[in-house]
Write a new protein. Structure first.
Length: 290
């Protein structure tokens, strides 16, 4: 996993590491110079309560987030393989670019299937085979993604955590009906799973907005914390239970000659689909160009 600040609890089952809790802060790998993407997270969100558009019910969901955009047409079930704690392997029943379904949200594919059970055999690792295509965010050319990308599965009991953050460009906001209604700058914050307000399960409100901070670093090394005036990309589905894993922080102003270096938000403000609350997040941004 990525470099972290804080602790991570890991248990081992039959020699296979199970991530049962996530650190208080995580950082995305530096991109721009990378020739291939990385998986940022694969977080088990629901057990026996997800469904596929083709009618299958009683399934699990594990959203998988990359640091590239994913080409929708290249997504199919056979590309994704989960290894379970007993060594068996399974593919998803369906692979959806939903709920994050807007053109500037294509980092996450929602994998739904019978992956395991928290009281028994669990999914512990995701591996991506050849066939998936993507592109670095902010570029135009789709590329083949090499086979073999792999990542541990964050277990069902863990709360949501931030996996990525970057500044949206005006071009990326064209046609976005859920973009910031105010402010001059939009900062995309990507989480490990869909999230709603904790503990109510409602859409997020002022408590979350007031807790978020975007941290900028000036050339002198001075840190400046900017509070958002609003959060966008809300209410974009039929109910908070269908909320995606992305927030847009609407900033009134940003410091001159400074780059985005961190995102902070307090604990127990957001919950994942399983109802687990978030830990305090101190996410370190390592993307170039932010």
């Amino acid at each position: 996993m990525r470099k972290t600040f804080g602790s991570i609890l890991v248990t081992t089952l039959i020699g296979v590491g199970l991530v049962t809790a996530v650190p208080q802060a995580m950082s995305a790998p530096t991109v721009g110079a990378l020739s291939q993407p990385r998986i940022l997270s694969a977080a088990w969100g629901l057990n026996n309560s997800a469904s596929c558009p083709t009618g299958e019910t009683g399934l699990d969901n594990i959203p998988v987030t990359l640091d590239w955009f994913i080409q929708v047409a290249s997504v199919n079930n056979d590309i994704f393989t989960f290894t379970r704690s007993d060594g068996t392997k399974v593919h998803p029943t369906c692979s959806l670019m939903f709920p994050p379904n807007e053109s500037n949200e294509r980092q996450t594919v929602n994998l739904i299937g019978d992956f395991g059970d928290p009281a028994g055999i669990r999914p512990v690792r995701i591996t991506i085979r050849a066939g998936l295509r993507g592109k670095p965010i902010g570029t135009r050319v789709w590329r083949d993604i090499d086979a073999g990308l792999t990542h541990t599965v964050t277990q069902l009991e863990a709360g949501p955590f931030i996996t990525d953050a970057w500044k949206l460009t005006p071009q990326q906001l064209v046609g976005d009906a859920n973009q910031c209604p105010t402010g001059t700058t939009s900062i995309r914050v990507v989480w490990s799973n869909g999230m709603a307000a904790y503990p109510t399960g409602a859409e997020v409100g002022p408590a979350v907005t007031n807790s978020y901070r975007a941290i900028f670093t000036k050339r002198s090394g001075q840190l400046i914390a900017v509070a958002p005036v609003a959060i966008a990309d809300l209410n974009d589905h039929s109910s908070p239970a269908m909320a995606d894993n992305m927030h847009d922080l609407c900033l009134a102003t940003v410091p001159n000659h400074a780059r985005l270096t961190a995102i902070r938000v307090g604990s127990a403000l957001l919950q994942d689909p399983n109802g687990d609350p978030n830990l305090a997040q101190r996410f370190i941004v390592r993307r170039l160009g932010t």
